[in-house]
Design a protein around this ligand. Structure first.
Ligand code: FE2
Length: 341
């Protein structure tokens, strides 16, 4: 029934919208690196006949490319795994605002952009994972506590050039101020089990190999490890548990970031792009995300995957997500100053 309603509304949208070029395609510049996206685009193509062309690169390269291409850019949509980059693109004048309220219809209002430059399609939390062998859950509490001496030589995290870490540090700047965040970062660096290297997955593998006891990683990677076809990855996933920090009564909640889309300033296939966004936030597509990438749905009617549900519900830091972009330079300054490589 849901599918029928979607197909019907998709037809309705297509027939009512003036499609200036009658184009039958969409061009996406995407930073996302998950297999689920190909499934989503294929399903959308089957449903609508609109061909989805994807150009993949890292967010900075894609932003630079859109800037260089200017008004002639073939891109309709820009997709990233970090709201900071979406804020940046909006700030650089690369996007147009969404003027059609119906684009936001399926989305939890806490996750929306106050400036209407981007739309979230999934969200994720940057959590603490801990060794089931060497750490007790009761020893963990907040991000702030990661600077405590008790974690000396035990903490694993990737490098500061990574956008996930930059967003987390930006959230601390917003919540604690620059000075407190600097002090925190100093303490965290002093607790490193090794110089930052590798991906989020690699930090979990390092815990399994006994190289450290706790790590800062994005939540969905634990789901990806546990559902992997590789024995070594399943083993790594099983060696740790997920902890959502800052959940106490007077605490702000765990840091989240979104994966989201922005409509480029001159989107040549604008109507098709809007149609794709509505599809990606529909119940059907949101279920595809949660089952395949273990991210959280932006649609309040869609529950997380079973693996993710087993970690329990959590309170989200309600900070304005755009502050993860506006505080970015300050976050990078703190990383540099405190020797977080
Ligand atoms: Fe990722």
């Amino acid at each position: 029934m849901k599918n029928f309603i979607y197909i019907f509304s998709a037809l309705l949208i297509t027939s009512c919208m003036p499609n200036k070029k009658n184009s039958n395609e969409i061009n996406i510049y995407s930073q996302r690196h998950y297999n689920v996206d190909e499934i989503q685009y294929k399903n959308f193509e089957k449903l609508t006949g609109i061909k989805v062309n994807v150009t993949k690169a890292n967010a900075d390269e894609l932003i630079q490319r859109m800037k260089n291409e200017g008004d002639n850019s073939p891109a309709d949509l820009f997709i990233t795994v970090d709201v900071g980059k979406l804020w940046q693109g909006g700030d650089m004048g690369l996007f147009q605002k969404f003027d059609n309220e119906s684009v936001f219809e399926n989305i939890d209002s806490q996750l929306l952009d106050n400036n209407s430059y981007w739309v979230p399609v999934t969200y994720r939390s940057r959590v603490i994972v801990y060794s089931n062998e060497r750490v007790k859950k009761e020893e963990l509490s907040t991000y702030e506590d990661l600077s405590n001496e008790k974690w000396k030589g035990r903490l694993l995290v990737r490098s500061s050039s990574n956008a996930y870490n930059q967003a987390l540090m930006s959230s601390l700047v917003e919540n604690l101020g620059s000075e407190n965040t600097s002090r925190w970062s100093e303490g965290v660096v002093a607790n490193f089990a090794r110089d930052p290297k590798g991906s989020d997955r690699d930090q979990v593998k390092a815990i399994a190999a006994g190289q450290g006891d706790i790590a800062i990683v994005n939540s969905y990677y634990i789901g990806l490890l546990l559902s992997s076809l590789k024995e070594e990855e399943i083993k790594a996933g099983k060696a740790v548990s997920v902890f959502f920090p800052n959940q106490g009564e007077n605490q702000r909640g765990a840091h989240i970031n979104i994966s989201g889309l922005a409509l480029t300033k001159n989107a040549p296939n604008r109507d098709n792009a809007i149609q794709l966004i509505k599809y990606l936030t529909s119940i059907q597509a949101q279920e595809t995300y949660v089952k395949n990438s273990f991210e959280y749905s932006v649609n309040p009617d869609v529950s997380p995957d079973e693996i993710v549900q087993s970690w329990g519900e959590f309170k989200k830091d309600p900070v304005d997500l755009n502050s993860l972009g506006t505080n970015r330079n300050e976050a990078i300054r703190i990383f540099d100053k405190t020797g977080w490589k």
